[in-house]
Design a protein around this ligand. Sequence first.
Ligand SMILES: [Zn+2]
Length: 193
Amino acid sequence: MCSQSSEQQSDNLVLPGERLGVIEEFIPDAGTYVKDGVIRSGVVGRSLHDSLNKRVSVVPLIHGAMLPKVESVILGQVSSVQTQNAIVRIFKIGKKQLSGVFTGILHISDVQPRYVESMFNVCKPADIIRAKVISEKNKTYHLFTKDKNLGVVYALCSQCGYSLESKRQSLYCPRCGRIEKRKTALDYGKDIT
Ligand SMILES: [Zn+2]
């Protein structure tokens, strides 16, 4: 990041759409946009409130396209699971670590070509999952795992917390012997970076 004078103050990490102030207080500068008099961030970055010049800008943390997009293959951690869908915290696109946190949703109809009875047989909270973004309607990233290379890539035993190993069609805990179901990616348990 570039050097800052004492009048400039680097604030928090901001995400696109985040409120930075109002036009009565600040002049919107690089990396921002104004809607209904409210200045918002247009990028993922650090907001900079320059109180001397009354300007607010956002310095992108990483240049280029760092937002998940349709067709992006993402890596995320499952944060919650319900019968019909799972919520995933996206932290990587391809091999790039993201600077913000994005939320994706995996619906039961997008898991695999075959019928799935319950999302509880697909993934569990804390699992690491690889998925593709198929839509970003209403700022929600809809995920898809209907591919051999997509699905859970790392999971822990829900009984003892040990890393589960892939065994035929299921996952197996070498410590306690528990067998669990997941929709795994072909390279489950291998390099997940
Ligand atoms: Zn176990």
